[in-house]
Write a protein that binds this ligand. Structure first.
Ligand code: UD1
Ligand code: CA
Length: 557
């Protein structure tokens, strides 16, 4: 997939014109706690990130690597927007992800944010969306199962910091728990519920542009549902402006009928956040401090609240139970399938394949129905993956064919190989170019050299197999003595006859032959023939006396 330059929305063009002035350097006390953002637009960026909102680079956010989705225009931009220093400057946008809750509706021991969807924990998807949107820093509020959530987020990234919410007293309380972390931050805060796995970075960018264009202290993202049950409803006044959000449990019948819902995505001027939010009370059905009360508080102060209505509901719905988790997975897999098809991959039945976000597949590859390709898997060009196969963390070279019902994990396969049907490559298996394994062959920690074959029914574990070797049907490496594992070495051009047991540790030297049915316990010298089966003998005429027929008295004719 290639980097594409797209037409930029108006808001982005406007700001890049202004950004000819030098970027304002914000020195804040927060920088004592948070690592400073890299000087955007000049410093090398890690792969997969895009210039930030405060970027002075003329590209703005037009270049989204790997993004198959065009940016949506954001509606009317007021041309008469005041050109104050604040409005004109490229202010830093920080993301705040609320991830301290447990999620009771999941019926799980684990926080709902730890549940895996399309190969990643729910919360990780949200972090990736903020990263993809180019925010300079992300603060994650943790509390319930804090260590696990921190691990799921990944704590190696310097641009991610954590705030701790000791008691889970609601979303507003979660935001207040992060106040210290955001102290001194003079810009917008993009607040996100942690349960939005299908959220795309492009949507966040569009939303932040919308927020800037509308110059309101707070903007929220909404969507319309035919069945809005469970979500906070967006209540508008007669003029159509948002006046407040009412939670499902607090709503009256009229309010419940409202189909526009709050998605848990907000962009707030940091100066309009903490002071007003401290006025929120726990006087509601859940006895919690609701972040959503902030809207009514600001409106009562006579301030504007902007609402961006997102057309694709499935992308912005919080996951609360297993059914919604499955739906988010479906949306993510569908999105991946579409991106792959656009990039030249044939999917025979796109709705029946499950391909994780980070997987790459070269063009002219063909994926049959019922296939899962998971985790850190990378497939070359002209690869075929047969019906019902499952690949995880596996690399496949160009032109390799995987027939039906194969399971491959943490393995590396070269070019022009053939695998299956019904082959099992367990972790640390490697097949070099043009190697083949056939039905009911299991490999584990084994390298099969270039052009070598194991076509039927074999177990190859802890083995090193050279080039152009032939492993006969029924070959077994006896690698385990009950205590330790031992290695089998099979050098280039070796021929192992069918039904051979190789009792490890053992080495078959170059060009040697092993006769079918042998049990090999000693190393075999180069080019030798090894035979270790009982010699065949014949007892002449035995059956005429001893066969069942003979014993019944009928006799052989
Ligand atoms: C929230 C919104 C609701 C909106 C819905 C969208 C509030 C009061 N309500 O409701 O209007 O329609 O999201 O999905 O905000 N969390 C904490 N600490 C807490 C409580 C929650 O960090 O004390 C986190 C959770 O981990 C979760 C997020 O905040 O990631 C939202 O919490 P959740 O309980 O799912 O909110 P809803 O009740 O669904
Ligand atoms: Ca709740």
């Amino acid at each position: 997939m290639k980097k594409k330059t797209r037409p930029r929305p108006r808001a982005a063009r406007r700001s890049s014109k202004r950004s000819t002035r030098p970027a304002a350097v914000t020195v804040s006390r927060a920088s004592a706690r948070l690592p400073p953002p890299p000087p955007m637009g000049t410093a090398p960026r890690p792969a997969g990130t895009v210039p930030g909102y405060n970027s002075t680079a003329p590209t703005g956010h037009a270049a989204i690597p790997n993004s198959p989705y065009p940016l949506r225009p954001v509606g009317p931009v007021p041309e008469d927007r005041p050109q104050t220093a604040r409005a004109a400057g490229r202010r830093e946008t920080l993301a705040l992800i609320l991830a301290a809750g447990l999620g009771k509706r999941m019926q799980s021991r684990w926080s709902k944010l730890l549940h895996s969807v399309a190969g990643r924990p729910v919360v990780r998807h949200v972090v990736e969306a903020t990263r993809g949107a180019g925010v300079s820093r992300t603060v994650v509020v943790i509390g319930n199962q804090a260590d696990e959530v921190r691990r799921a987020v990944g704590d190696h990234d310097k641009r991610i910091a954590f705030a701790f919410q000791k008691d889970q007293l609601g979303t507003g309380h979660a935001v207040l728990s992060a106040e210290r972390m955001l102290h001194g931050h003079d810009g917008d805060v993009l607040i996100l519920n942690g349960d939005l796995p299908a959220l795309r970075p492009e949507t966040l960018m569009t939303f932040v542009d919308y927020h800037r264009a509308h110059a309101a202290p707070l903007s929220l993202l909404t969507t319309v549902l035919t069945d809005p049950r469970g979500y906070g409803r967006v209540i508008r006044n007669y003029g159509g402006d948002v006046s407040r959000i009412v939670e499902d449990g607090d709503a009256n019948a009229d309010e419940r009928a409202t189909q526009e819902i709050n998605c848990g995505i907000y962009c707030v001027d940091s100066r309009a956040l903490f002071r007003p939010l401290r006025q929120a009370t726990r006087n509601n059905a859940q006895g919690e401090i609701y972040l959503t009360d902030l809207i009514e508080i600001l409106r009562k102060e006579g301030r504007k609240v902007a609402a961006y209505r997102h057309p694709e509901a499935h992308e912005v719905l919080g996951v609360n139970d297993r059914r919604e988790l499955a739906e988010a997975g479906r949306a993510l897999y569908r999105r991946k399938a579409e991106a792959l098809m656009r990039a030249g991959v044939t999917l025979v039945d796109p709705d029946s394949v499950y391909i994780d976000a980070q997987v790459t597949i070269g063009r002219d590859s063909l994926i049959e129905p019922g296939v899962m390709i998971l985790g850190d898997s990378h497939l070359g060009e002209d690869v075929r993956v047969g019906l019902g196969s499952r690949l995880a963390d596996t690399t496949i070279g160009d032109g390799t064919e995987i027939l039906a019902y194969c399971v491959l994990g943490s393995s590396k396969v070269g070019r022009g190989c053939r695998i299956g049907p019904f082959s099992h490559l367990r972790p640390d298996s490697a097949m070099e170019d043009e190697a083949r394994v056939g039905n009911f062959v299991e490999m584990k920690k084994t390298r099969l050299g270039r052009g070598s074959k194991a076509s039927h029914l074999a177990y190859l574990g802890d083995a090193e197999i050279g080039r152009d070797a032939n492993i006969g049907a029924g070959t077994i490496t006896c690698n385990y003595d009950g205590v330790a594992k031992h290695r089998t070495i099979i050098e280039d051009e070796v021929f192992i006859g069918s039904d051979t047991q190789l009792v490890a540790p053992v080495r078959i030297r170059r060009g040697a032959f092993v006769g079918a049915g042998s049990t090999i316990t000693k190393d075999v010298p180069p080019y030798a023939l090894a035979l270790s089966r009982v010699r065949q003998e014949h007892k002449e005429g035995w059956a005429k006396k001893h066969s069942p027929l003979a014993r019944r008295g009928d006799g052989h004719k």
